[in-house]
Design a binder for this molecule. Sequence first.
Ligand code: SF4
Ligand code: SF4
Length: 118
Amino acid sequence: MEIDDLYAMIPRVPCPPGCITCCENFGVPSRTPVEDERIKAYLKEKGMSVKEATGTRCPYVTERGCSIYPVRPFICRLYGTSPNYMCIENYRPERLLSLEEEEELLHLYYLHFSEERR
Ligand code: SF4
Ligand code: SF4
């Protein structure tokens, strides 16, 4: 399984343009080594540097949204789509994942991609 296959299983949340509430409140998102490498490669390609977090704000959030959106980690994609990750602005995907589906996605994520959590 590739990480993109897992991402494709996550519904999209119809976030309103410019909303960054979750990015500003939950700190630096956890990521697996493969995601870390994808982020570093993307930053390099865009001439950007790796950022350190301060407080609870993700270092990659900007006034215009996520600056690493194409390579944002699994947890950012899962947020808002399932029972334990409900959007605090009350936006919902077309179909909310069930608890079982949420558990299955998390299981697949850690099984295939998490040799060492960061
Ligand atoms: S998931 Fe919710 S809080 Fe996060 S950007 Fe979308 S609408 Fe905003
Ligand atoms: S990586 Fe992007 S989507 Fe995830 S918390 Fe940071 S700014 Fe938000």
